[in-house]
Design a protein around this ligand. Structure first.
Ligand code: CTP
Ligand code: MG
Length: 388
């Protein structure tokens, strides 16, 4: 199975305790969507290597062996990351020419990234590390938190793993007996040439518990069970009062006659609220904002959307997207579609929203021009369950 590039070995330092993560088990054994971090890492990069060596925390060697099977060599890691890699190096097969070193804490680095690292090694580079440019300005500080230096951000990179090395380069780098948080630094310390290639967002490091939620977004199809959908419909008749204002999709529509109703009669907003409540199984517009809650009497569509967002958010849900279709002969939606989308999205905390419109071939309340209807769907995801 792992015979594509027989001269490559993969070393995975996984012996850290994960102090910042704070779980009662080593971080490499933490679950991400049904698999441990170390299993994810091997699943993504294992196929590139003829030999896989994992440095496990002392006392957990058997658990790692049972989990990873015979194809993986498990060694007891050291007290630092550098020491763990150095110990793993002692078990490298004689015929290995290239070595990938990869943090168990970066479970989703892709096979493609590993391939690109190897491809650069094959062109003659001796040390290849994936890196991304940094968005923040970075300061160096002294022990009292005073700024010492602000390096030019354009020239800064945040580095990731897998980092690839010619075997001799990595072995020699580890004879220096210095400590570093990555292996590239060790090569740099002996004035070796370290080549950067473009890294990837999905190679993010799991350091704190919240990082699991960030990682999960790259595995979304596999968490489909946590995704819920809901539908909502509303309709109102046009008012006989020609002065009544029309409010629709959170906007006031000039030169249009409004609809009857206690509220502002915003059928698009109401349909969306109902779709969100339905998806979250939290009742409906009436049970949440009806006559039993006089504080909502006459509330605008935009306000009801915001209140609905608060309710579904505190129940642990996040909105994936909202789609609403407005049904009626008028007003014409097209010219104001973007404004309607912006208004609804704003009321829903920046959610993805689409707005469409249709007529009904002269049939029914909407077709006869007697009123406006709307139908909405909501897709929501339970955000709490992302952290489990
Ligand atoms: N690592 C290791 N041996 C150590 C320390 C760390 O093999 N003595 C590994 C970790 O398991 C991890 C990688 O080095 O895969 C990167 O380290 P980091 O993300 O800092 O993990 P931890 O050291 O476990 O976390 P913390 O620093 O929060 O304790
Ligand atoms: Mg650490």
């Amino acid at each position: 199975m792992r015979s594509l590039l027989p001269k490559v070995a993969l070393i995975i330092p996984a012996a850290g305790s994960g102090e910042r993560f704070g779980a009662p088990i080593p971080k490499a054994l933490v679950q991400l969507n049904g698999r441990t971090l170390i299993e994810h890492a091997i699943l993504n990069l294992g196929s590139l290597a003829a030999q896989i060596i994992v440095a496990a925390p002392a006392g957990f060697e058997d658990q790692f062996k049972n989990l990873l099977g015979d194809a993986v060599t498990v060694v007891t890691g050291g007290s630092t990351r550098t020491k763990s890699v150095k110990i793993a190096l002692e078990s490298i097969d004689p015929e290995v020419e290239y070595i990938l070193v990869h943090d168990a804490a970066r479970p989703l680095a892709s096979t493609e990234l590993g391939e690109q690292v190897i491809a650069a090694l094959l062109t003659g580079e001796v040390a290849v590390i994936p890196a991304l440019s940094v968005a923040d300005t970075i300061k160096e500080v002294d022990a009292s938190n005073y700024v010492v230096l602000t390096p030019n951000r354009e020239r800064l990179r945040a580095v990731q793993t897998p980092q690839g090395f010619a075997r001799e380069t990595l072995t020699k780098a580890h004879t220096q007996n210095i400590e570093a948080t990555d292996d590239g630094s060790l090569v740099e310390a002996m004035r070796g040439k370290v080549k950067l290639i473009t890294g990837e967002d999905r190679a993010l490091k799991i350091t704190n518990p919240e990082d699991l939620a960030s990682a999960l977004k790259y595995l979304v199809p596999a968490v489909a069970a946590d995704i819920r959908t809901g539908v909502g419909i509303d309709a109102h008749a046009f008012s006989s009062d020609p002065k009544r204002e029309l409010w629709l999709a959170g906007l006031r529509w000039e030169n249009e006659i409004g609809v009857d109703g206690h509220s502002d009669g915003d059928v698009a907003a109401h349909a969306i609220c109902d779709a969100l409540f339905a998806a979250a199984n939290l009742g409906d517009l009436g049970s949440n904002f009806g006559s039993a809650k006089p504080e909502y009497a006459g509330a605008s569509g935009a306000r009801l959307l915001s209140e609905t967002l608060k309710l579904i958010t505190s129940a642990g849900f996040a909105i994936q997207n909202i789609s609403v279709q407005i049904i009626g002969n008028r007003p014409k939606i097209g010219p104001h579609r973007l404004a309607a989308i912006a208004k609804i999205s704003q009321a829903l905390g920046g959610a993805k929203v689409s707005v469409s419109a249709t007529t009904t071939d002269g049939l029914g309340l909407t077709g006869e021009g007697k009123g406006i209807g709307a139908i909405a769907t909501a897709l929501i995801i339970r955000s709490e369950s992302l952290l489990k």
